[in-house]
Design a protein around this ligand. Sequence first.
Ligand code: NDP
Ligand code: MG
Length: 388
Amino acid sequence: MKKVVILGSTGSIGTQALDVARHLIKSLKIVGLSSFSNILRLKDQIREFRPEIASVWFEKDCIELKSWCRENNLKTEVVFGIEGLIKAAKHHSSNFVLSAVVGSIGIEPLLEAIKSKKQIALANKEALVVAGKLIMDAAKKCGVTIIPVDSEHSAVFQCLKNEKNKFISKIILTASGGPFYKKSKTKHSKVTVAEALSHPTWKMGKKITIDSATLMNKGLEAIEASHLFNVPLKNIEIVIHPQSIVHSLVQFVDGSVLAQLSNPDMRLPIQYALTFPERIKSGVKELSLTRIKKLEFDVPDFKRFPSLELALKAGKTGGTMPAAMNAANEVAVEKFLKKEISFSQIPKVVKKVMDKHLLNKNPNIRQILNSDLNSRKAALKIIKEIKH
Ligand code: NDP
Ligand code: MG
């Protein structure tokens, strides 16, 4: 029986994970849920799944939710803040944590879940980008398997089953290209929030949708893959594939290439992570290659999408640089969504923060979290200057 805590249960991945959980009722129990501030959705989830613990971000929401639980005769313990999230992540009744929060806030809960020897399904890519080495080292030490939920990494994970690391020649990550794959760079400054949020093939949370439009997402995913599969960034290739059918590929030293294909539907990698090593029927539409007829592949345009280059540069530099890059991007995306900066200013903010960053080549967790915090402040300062 998997006893699951879902961190970020009210988000895009979280709600789809609960959809999957409804079909796995015999082999899976929901023990913990968490949201940032979407209390209405969290209440519905608590009423339906009756978890032992629920975590929210703000104390006032915690107080309200506690009294609501009392009135409704629900025994769920309600906690808040980062301590609450960590408490949910290492809850004694669970043996499995799906981390689906967005951003580097997921690092500490993830590390605590690993130290408590929970099996992990990981959607929260920013945690691996920022603290990948420490997370993978902790997982190894604690004998914990991290099963990726990100579709590309789930594809690679499936292709690598029973293969030795030394046989990998390269990992090929596919990218849809986002809504501006064909748009000229001069037009990037005029992109509206609504346009950037209209992803051609996936329906996701706002932050990752903007990252997909800037191609930052693929840079983050290259770093994520490098940590998950212990493959250097130079052996990770990025290929644009607008149909999002081939989710990623692995080329082996003998020249053989394995790929995983399906219609784009996140419920599939989520279900695979929750049922691994088993496979069960899913509601995902069956793939018909003869109906699709054409699958296209192209090289990414680094000039039109500078965020991709910046992420790869941060990954290659290592140390605290990915923390600086990621923090700047999180802040810049948030400000773009609030219409305070333009789409083309996102990579400019990231570059300025990275240029100013004082690199620590071999940081511990405190130093990484400090770099994250300081880079957020630096990004806010740069954005303030841009606006004046
Ligand atoms: P969403 O924005 O839809 O959901 C994020 C979840 O995290 C929500 O439950 C949100 O709560 C919660 N949350 C947000 N900020 C905080 C915070 N500071 N502290 C605690 N909880 C917080 O994101 P997605 O589901 O799209 O993405 C989640 C992660 O999965 C990201 O790292 C993303 O890159 C990755 N991913 C997502 C995919 C997708 O299809 N959506 C595909 C592949 C990877 P609330 O609802 O209250 O705001
Ligand atoms: Mg992905």
